[in-house]
Design a protein around this ligand. Sequence first.
Ligand SMILES: [Zn+2]
Length: 249
Amino acid sequence: MNKLSNKQIEKYSRQIIIDSFGISGQKKIISTKVLIIGCGGLGTSAAQYLSMTGIKYLGLVDDDSISLSNLNRQTLFTESDIGRKKVEILEKRLKDISPDSSIHKLKIKLKRSNIEKIFSDYEYILDCSDNFKTRFLINEFCFKMKKILVTASLQNFDLQAAILKSWEETNPCYECFFPSKNKYSQDSCDQMGIVATVAGIGGALQGQLLINNVLNKNKNFSQIILLSCSEIRMRKIIFHKNENCKICK
Ligand SMILES: [Zn+2]
């Protein structure tokens, strides 16, 4: 990309001042294209922080409207937004953070029939969905289309997150760790408890994994981060390609 403007240099100065970030890191961030699937607790938090970091080209996929029970965790939505489409309000708030950003709203459900067209414009796919069916679909097409997947999920006080490049030879995919044939994989997350702060940390963690990768700080695409927020305890589990995986074997 071209030179940063004076406004951009001032706006992002607290990042640019960091040696390993610098002007070149900021330029990379600005030209990164990110698709966020699901504009709930994870998606709004990730979108907010990525936008503040300087990511301009953002796609938002969600067909839901804002309800009162969303407001304990979905940053950027307020009571006056109830009943409005999530992508409409999120676009407005992201434009407030960064008026020159390019936001692509998709008020649709992600399906096998539309996913390839939607994914084609982006390098990074943030899975902020709330059900296994969508997660498996996203994983399958990230593998097929060589997209970097940043996934996360929440339950009560716990969260898990990973960044995956499953098409590269020895790297696992999401299904290597969570096979879709397992019984738990049929569960819906709709009725699970979610604590506001845990959702915020989860989305911010997805943003951090993405930024680390843009800045070439990430060398490990074979680990799941497990964070127990009630105990403030973090573990990393290394996992390998599953030879029986139906997606990436
Ligand atoms: Zn796999």
